[in-house]
Write a protein that binds this ligand. Sequence first.
Ligand code: M6R
Length: 614
Amino acid sequence: MCGIVGYVGKKNVAEILTGGLSALEYRGYDSSGVAVLADGKTKIYKAEGKLQNLKDLLKEKQDEIITAQVGIGHIRWATHGIPNEVNAHPHTCNCGKLAVVHNGIIENYKELREQLEAKGCVFKSQTDTETVAHLVAQKYGETQDLKEAVRLATSELEGAYALCIIHQDVENTIVATKRNAPLLIGVGEGENFAASDVPAIIEHTKRAIYLNDNQIAVLKPNSIELFDENNNKIEPKVELLPWEPIALSKMGYKHFMLKEIHEQPDVIRNFLSGKLHTANETTKLDEVKLDKNTLKNLNRIQVVACGTSLHAAMVGKYIIEELCEIPVDVEASSEYIYRKTVTDEHTLVIGVSQSGETADTLTAIKQSKARGSHILIITNRPDSAMAREADSLIPVNAGIEVSVAATKSYVAQLMAFYLLAIHLAEIKGSYDNSALTELKNELMLLPQKIELFLTKTDKIQKCSRMYSSSKNFIFIARGINYATALEGALKLKEISYINATGYPAGELKHGPIAMLDETLPVLSIMMKGKVYEKILSNAQESKARNARMIALTDSTDEKLDEIFDYVLNVPSVHELISPIMAIIPLQLLAYYIAEFLGKDVDQPRNLAKSVTVE
Ligand code: M6R
């Protein structure tokens, strides 16, 4: 993953680079570094751990770098080599004149490293990136042209990369390029920027050029030149960025995650606006670019996604099959791309991704696109690589999500699936009309219900404290909420590091029940509907094994207090949309446990917000 940033201009280079890296911290945060050209020398500064360590170091060294007018920076999520200062970027060559920052993975780095070592290159780190530094330096030695050196070097690279490179002998210049990793160029006046993502530059400019794969940009303070892989000069397309810097503020909440949980009612309202006016009207989903006949005759849908987005897809499968009678397969993108999958032009392939950048999902949709399938992308980033591959694009408009743990983007993805399923059912006539109206009505009532629920979280906080010392946690559910159990468990494990697992409740007795004893909390998700009684009996099986019992329910049955140690009540909702209501308390439970344990809620260890490596 990692985040990179570059700046050429007259402002304080160190401040701009570290400011940009702060905004990219969601991409990785195990070490960071910058390289600047100051007083005719390439100077590199790196620090292990959080970005603050680098900021402190740069403050100490400010006299050494004050004259710099060009620099590149990097925030790392380790792939090759442990997170320490040596492995932190920027990396350099034997002479130390060149510096490179890299996001991605160079797959053939071992072969290249052997060849370069045979030619006398001395490697200091365990990273794949250092190969790029030596390779470009070597090509520069041959050509004395940095852009050409980058072009020749990258033609030998396999894998994914976004690169920014500076060289001591090439004043006030950054050469930037990419393949299968994001990189945009920020266009300023008398200054220019490069970055992995919009938040790193939005404070400085709203104009940007999205680089395509294999394009090379040469940035100077007053010019940006763009070249294709054959060295032909091309006209850059400057786009206006739709982002507001205010979105990155915590707005008084202790953590971004808590703020983002509280934003969910508005995320739902926002999503519905323009698509559903009243429950009696049909949905308006112009984003779906398939004509009515093709939609009517769709005989298969495949959904690919990872992590939380995969859980949204599982709910999507349930709802589409229920309303539209179209078979839906859901698969983790990382599995989908390494087996023979049967898709063709009659299959609709849906990619779901908050970031729109996840490498496995991007590869999966590219594969299906090549086989002729219509690609529908559900994403929070309409400016992402996936969005650019889409035939149909449903932007979920949840606003930038900073916390690594996905919350509001999940709810927004669920909304996208609900509206898509309702839209398809309306076209196909596959579901009872009055039942559809009831469902739409319930969707419109949801924001108020969630708002009301969010005003009373004392019981969840108390429950969180009570169970925060547990080493393990089990979440059980059935039917449409099985995905909720998985998502609840994922939230808890990723931010509190408690081992949590979600099971379909009926599976408990096929193995997991052996683990139950008086130390293990079992949280039963029991939303009213078809499987309520079934899951209640599964919960009873846990009680009989002395498990610690928590219920999450919209039932007001007083008997539950006799069975469960804690009953977490949520407002009553339609069974089919209960996954949206049920996930809110589970997000809060994970949040309060992690917060109580003093964990780094917004930036949990070992994780990154966008996973741009396979
Ligand atoms: O950006 P994506 O939705 O494609 O990311 C997929 C997963 O990495 C992501 O959902 C991850 O599981 C969440 N951050 C977990 O909260």
